[in-house]
Design a protein around this ligand. Structure first.
Ligand code: UDX
Length: 442
């Protein structure tokens, strides 16, 4: 039986999920309360940058497999399976996550349900949320509608969203009944047949799987960045150190790239929300190490500012600083908690004239950080600069010819905040190269 699917929330996660479900052959309705977003998607435009997504959206809007709406009544009538894909941002002034958008979905959808269906949460939520929402569904859904809740966290990475959704490395579902499990086995039949591990568990384990994974990834990055601090004091090279430990299969080289640290809409907020939830559960000691993970991460940003200031002769006043990169990582236009823009802002506050360039994130950067100065190209950003900061490792930056760029700057100082440039090539072109956690060349 082909399931009819709705996807509620058409942000990053929801748009990708809706498009990929259509690609897998389902009839899909995407719902968002933001009429502008729905209008844009209906015209085949994805309101953010994600490789491969827009052509697939167009394809399925045109072939009618994906429709978009703002009406909960329409979604409720249509769907056998309703995926919740709304955001759970960090609450203002607190570490805890704001789950009000998820709650709003239940309040909006459940009263309209008239037949058997499964509601599947994909949003990242504090452990315990699904159980509360399941009770609320039971309260709100009309008698006889047989609506049920389950949880199925999403592990996709920005920049690889389509690939990660179509070919996930695992599927985790938290269910309260065999019927819910059977429904999700049908939805994911293609992936299960392809050998994707399918883990069936309870609500709490499913909710925890997501935040535990992100906490581990954040810890891995901060671990190598702590080693970078040590390298700076001891004269080591953290990139070589990462290789040296990463060849051990038990450690692995992935997520050991040292630099200005992690940002984005997930890792920073998720580790904070995880700590807050652990406190509420009376288990705060279990996660106090995440405070250190967070602190190490932020220290890398101030270290980058210090390195840049050194290159400017000890003060930023009257100096020009070029910042290459605004997105929190390459192949994304997302600037949420971007380490690059944070560093740019800190340097500007200390009196430098800062010019930022990014291949894809200029629009978002200038919208959310309007006080920074933006350039149209690498050369434009670097013209007359006393120091160039490489803060997001786009291919365009790695491919830049340091000899040519050397002609437009005031001084040839490069701070490689991602340890991704070819140090020998930049030095051969007459630049003084400074990496994070790398021995200073004499
Ligand atoms: C992350 C998780 O990887 C994903 O599974 C989850 O669903 C959402 O959160 P994402 O935020 O898209 O995905 O980015 P990711 O590729 O994990 O990078 C996060 C941050 O860590 C970026 O700022 C990146 O630059 C940084 N990073 C990553 C490092 O500093 N070093 C590394 O070795 C890897």
């Amino acid at each position: 039986m082909t399931q009819r699917i709705t996807v509620i929330g058409t942000g990053y996660l929801g748009t990708t999920h809706a498009v990929c479900m259509a690609e897998l052959g389902f009839e899909v309705v995407g719902l968002d309360v933001d009429a502008d977003k729905i209008a844009s998607l209906n015209e085949g435009r994805v309101p953010f940058y994600e490789p491969d997504l827009e052509p697939l959206l167009r394809k399925h809007v045109e072939d009618g497999r994906l429709r978009l709406t703002t009406s909960y009544a329409e979604a409720a009538e249509f769907g056998d399976v309703h995926f919740i894909c709304v955001g759970t941002p960090q609450r203002k002034g607190e570490f805890a996550a704001d789950v009000s958008y998820v709650e709003d979905v239940i309040e909006g959808l459940a009263p309209h349900l008239r037949r058997a269906c499964l509601i599947v949460g994909k949003s990242t939520v504090p452990v315990g949320t699904a159980a509360v929402l399941a009770d609320r569904v039971a309260e709100l859904a009309p008698v006889g509608s047989e609506a049920e809740l389950s949880w199925n966290p999403e592990f996709l990475r920005e920049g690889f969203a389509v690939e990660d959704t179509l070919k996930p490395d695992r599927l985790v579902i938290g269910v309260a009944s065999e019927r819910a499990e059977a429904t999700l086995r049908e939805v994911y039949a293609e992936q299960i047949a392809a050998g994707t591990p399918f883990l069936v568990t309870n609500f709490a384990t499913a909710e925890l799987a997501k935040v535990a994974a992100n906490a581990f990834l954040a810890t891995k990055i901060s671990f190598i960045n702590a080693m970078a601090e040590l390298c700076e004091h001891a004269g080591g090279d953290v990139t070589m150190l990462a290789d040296a430990i990463g060849y051990d299969d038990r450690i692995g080289r992935k997520f050991l790239n040292s630099g200005i640290g992690f940002g984005g809409g997930c890792l920073p907020k998720d580790i904070r929300a995880f700590m807050a939830r652990a406190g509420e559960l009376g288990a705060d000691q279990a996660l106090t190490f995440l405070r250190e993970v967070d602190a190490i991460n932020i220290r890398r940003r101030t270290r980058t500012v210090d390195l840049a200031r050194e290159c400017c002769g000890g003060t930023f006043v009257g100096k020009r600083v070029a910042v290459l990169g605004a997105a929190f990582k390459p192949n994304s236009d997302d600037v949420r908690d971007s380490p690059a823009l944070n560093v740019a802002g800190l340097i500007q506050l200390q009196g430098a004239q800062v010019r930022v360039y990014d291949p894809k994130a200029m629009e978002n950067a200038s919208r959310y950080f309007p006080t920074l100065d933006y350039a149209d190209s690498i050369v434009d950003a670097c013209a007359g600069a006393d120091v160039v900061l490489h803060l997001t490792e786009w291919r365009e930056f790695r491919d830049t010819d340091p000899a040519k760029l050397g002609d437009v700057v005031a001084q040839r100082y490069i701070v490689d905040g991602r340890n991704a440039l070819d140090m020998a090539r930049w030095e051969a072109a007459g630049w003084t190269y400074r990496g994070l956690g790398r021995a200073v060349t004499p």
